[in-house]
Design a protein around this ligand. Structure first.
Ligand code: ADP
Ligand code: ADP
Ligand code: MG
Length: 503
């Protein structure tokens, strides 16, 4: 049924999907913009189509053109995450054009895309939701009345929200007017829809989500949970499975509720129900993501299910080959999102050419990446350049493996969040599994600041010298012909010639 797959995406997720296609012996089609013409996903696919009109056109949001290419090539479309993945109109256009969209149906995408709708649907399906409104809040007066009734602190959230945008924590009535304005304008800018609603702010919550997989015949299973509470600005940076926080009886309840709700709404394909859990293990539905999730590798590592493969087979009309009891959960897995950002400078974006790249490998290490030495990380797209995941038979082993893999991982030419992840892997609270969504801002950042302040002057001098050395190395790498400066650069000289062909 599916003879070819076009991935309407770029970066690591395009690579991720193409890899499964290669395993399944399904030919692949890439799309790319002018700035991405050297990208790895373009080289990896069997065919590639440029979708830019000119050199300045950086958009991947070209539904009509992408659909045309899919029809011409006879390909089904996998949207990945972001971009068109939660665009119901696009899924509907595909359906109407007779092109298979590898994801759920357009109606469910549309309904889950409006968070207040999703809240209503889930509540009706018997899922506890975060207390708050189920309709948009239209005026400041209305917001004031509702917020007082719910009780501060509250969260103002965009109906069309995603990527942590348009969200404002409000501690008191005095803060409300300003926050209301800000939230609205941020939502308007990000989603072209300024509608907002109000939720009770769950104090010190955990973000725990359930991965589900369903076919078009009403069969639904879960693939357990992921703990995603290591966040910065309401955006996930580290995820793990299983959650070190959730108690067995809570887990059981959450998983059952998620599967039951998906059965009731007739969900198919891969999907994720996100929950907030408070310190007393009460859980509340947050939102549903009707797509492949960034952090799906940790689930794959522990359940041995290839989620992309199942999405393709389900879209083709196959029945789910698993029953719930077939899913055996083993060990623990952890994922670090590697961003082209400078952790020593407030996570400022760090675009530029990757000069040197040494990828971690070895036992129980998985790297989902689109980076290679010579690739230019551009400001036009998401700064996430790779996801590093490790598995272990226990959480401790998964973390040890991550520590080792992060130490092996070398990227020069741009700044990355690798050093930040290394520090988290050595953080005492994290090692104990004691953290909630406020961990980075309230605990880690403060400790990190102390670390810098308390730094022994001798160590500071050594650090400065090392920094200087790294900069020199980078400068040398940047030069077209390498100057001979002793033997310290020998190993990078070879790497300079490395292209994506030896990736
Ligand atoms: P996940 O749980 O899959 O990580 P995220 O909320 O992190 O979900 O969003 C996944 C991706 O969706 C992001 O990496 C980003 O590319 C994209 N995305 C979603 N909404 C937005 C938005 N408003 N602005 C920018 N990117 C967005
Ligand atoms: P997005 O669509 O941007 O992913 P979510 O609704 O999934 O938005 O929320 C993202 C994150 O914001 C959550 O993981 C959590 O850290 C924080 N958050 C959202 N709503 C609440 C709430 N009501 N109480 C506490 N934290 C919240
Ligand atoms: Mg979310």
């Amino acid at each position: 049924m599916i003879k070819k797959v076009l991935v309407a995406n770029r970066g690591e997720i395009a690579m991720r999907i193409f890899r499964t296609c290669r395993v399944m012996r399904i030919p692949t089609v890439a799309i790319y913009t002018h700035v991405d013409r050297g990208a790895l996903h373009v080289r990896y696919a069997d065919a590639a189509y440029c979708i830019s009109e000119d050199e300045n056109d950086t958009s991947y949001l070209k539904p009509d053109l992408i659909l045309k290419i899919a029809r011409q090539t006879g390909a089904a479309i996998h949207p990945g995450y972001g971009f068109l993945s939660e665009n119901a109109d696009f899924a509907r256009q595909c359906e109407e054009a007779g092109v298979i969209f590898i994801g759920p149906g357009p109606d469910i995408i549309a309904r889950m895309g409006i968070k207040t709708e999703a809240r209503k649907i889930m509540e009706a399906a018997g899922v506890p939701i975060v207390p708050g409104t189920k309709e948009p809040v239209n005026s400041l007066e209305e917001a004031q009345t509702i917020a007082s009734a719910i009780g501060y602190p509250v969260m103002l959230k965009a109906l069309a929200g995603g990527g942590g945008k348009g969200m404002r924590l409000v501690h008191s009535g005095e803060e409300l007017a300003g926050a209301f304005r800000m939230s609205r304008s941020e939502a308007a800018n990000a989603f072209g829809n300024d509608a907002i609603y109000i939720e009770k702010y769950i104090e010190n919550p955990h973000h725990i989500e359930v991965q589900v997989l369903g076919d078009k015949y009403g069969n639904i299973i879960h693939l357990y949970e992921r703990e995603c509470s290591i966040q910065r600005r309401n955006q996930k940076v580290i995820e793990e499975s299983p959650s070190p926080f959730v108690k067995p009886e809570t887990r059981e309840k959450m998983l059952a509720v998620a599967v039951e709700a998906c059965k009731k709404i007739g969900y198919y394909s891969a999907g994720t129900l996100e929950f907030m859990i408070d310190k007393d293990q009460n859980f509340y539905f947050l939102e549903m993501n009707t797509r492949l999730q960034v952090e799906h590798p940790v689930t794959e590592e522990c359940t041995d299910v290839d989620i992309v493969r199942e999405m393709i087979l389900i879209a083709a009309g196959n029945r789910l080959p698993y029953k719930q009891e077939d899913i055996i959960f083993r060990g623990a897995a952890i994922e670090c999102r590697i961003y082209a950002e400078d952790p020593e400078n407030n996570f400022m974006p760090s675009p530029g050419v990757i000069k040197v790249r040494e990828a971690p490998a070895g036992r129980n290490v998985r790297l989902d990446s689109s980076a290679y030495a010579g690739f230019e990380v551009s400001l036009h797209y998401d700064p996430m350049i790779a996801k590093l995941s490790t598995w272990g038979s226990t959480r401790e082993q998964a973390i040890s493996n991550m520590n080792r893999a992060l130490l092996e991982y070398k990227i020069l030419g741009i700044k990355t969040t690798i050093p930040f992840h290394l520090r988290i892997m050595q953080n005492e609270a994290f090692l104990k599994g004691i953290y909630d969504t406020t961990f980075i801002e309230k605990v880690f950042d403060k400790e990190d600041l102390m670390r810098r302040r308390n730094c022994d002057p001798t160590i500071a001098v050594i650090a400065a010298a090392l920094k200087h050395y790294e900069e020199e190395k980078e400068a040398a790498a940047r030069a077209t012909t390498l100057p001979l400066v002793g033997e310290s650069l020998w190993k990078y000289y070879g790497k300079l010639k490395m292209t994506a062909n030896n990736y």
